[in-house]
Design a protein around this ligand. Sequence first.
Ligand SMILES: Cc1cc2nc3c(=O)[nH]c(=O)nc-3n(C[C@H](O)[C@H](O)[C@H](O)COP(=O)(O)O)c2cc1C
Length: 276
Amino acid sequence: MSTDIYYFTGTGNSLFAARHLASRLDATLKPMAADAGTARIESEADAIGIVFPVYYGDLPVLVRKHLERWGDMKGKYVFAIATFGGAAGSSFQTMKGILEPKGVHLSATYGLHMPQNAFRKSWEDNDRLLDKAKGRLDRIADDARSGRTGINYPMFFMKPILILLHETFLPLYYKGLRKYSNASLGTDYDTLVHHSDKSYASMEVCNGCGICARVCPVDNIVLEEDRPVWLNRCENCLACYDWCPRSAIAGGISQKNYHYRNSRVVVADIFRQKSR
Ligand SMILES: Cc1cc2nc3c(=O)[nH]c(=O)nc-3n(C[C@H](O)[C@H](O)[C@H](O)COP(=O)(O)O)c2cc1C
């Protein structure tokens, strides 16, 4: 069985998961960010995996738009893994809503508890979480190899609870995004996300190294006079904020002075996300 694994990452958790799976399944890793200019996404593989981080209880905008551009993937074994700090929210519902009208059946969905990249959870041990995740990914690989279907995270009885929680938090997410993007009431979700980089600024310690621009999966940063300038197509992935070697970026949704990057991933891995 040939397998393509599409992934999107900001701080490395989803890449860590996608890479581990790919090694177990002898699969090809495909960064979704590299498909920015592709109007129709096609794959020759028999099976497709999708690994992504949960943002605001849903799919990242880039992932949603990637799925919307899928061509004919009917008949393939498609499985999805949401990495998150707490819960998958509505992300699989959104995914099904896009894929099912295309005739693509989501064969299995999995939630993967990973370190929270946006705020500190002092009671969690990140290394232990990553080791535990590896075990779960091994089992997911076994499922994929045997073409096991019908595995659904969240379980059917949890779904309404998670969706209700998501609906409850949504106004708060919108409020935060409006603040960061300096936008008015009624601004649509995608614009709020893309413009939330208006809250970012580089601090005095910035030495103009340009790593922020290189890690940005959507080329949303240019350097002007050795300082980053954001172009309002932000995905909120925190890559610029968290991969800055001098922690010289302030603003955005991350808890103040909290920085996270997956300890098993290096910055060069993040650079590669933009190339096939
Ligand atoms: C903008 C943003 C929104 C997030 N929203 C959620 C959320 O709604 N629920 C959750 O459990 N984790 C949330 N997280 C945490 C990430 O989903 C989690 O840490 C993920 O594993 C990060 O993946 P990455 O390292 O591949 O970018 C959010 C993170 C960011 C940056």
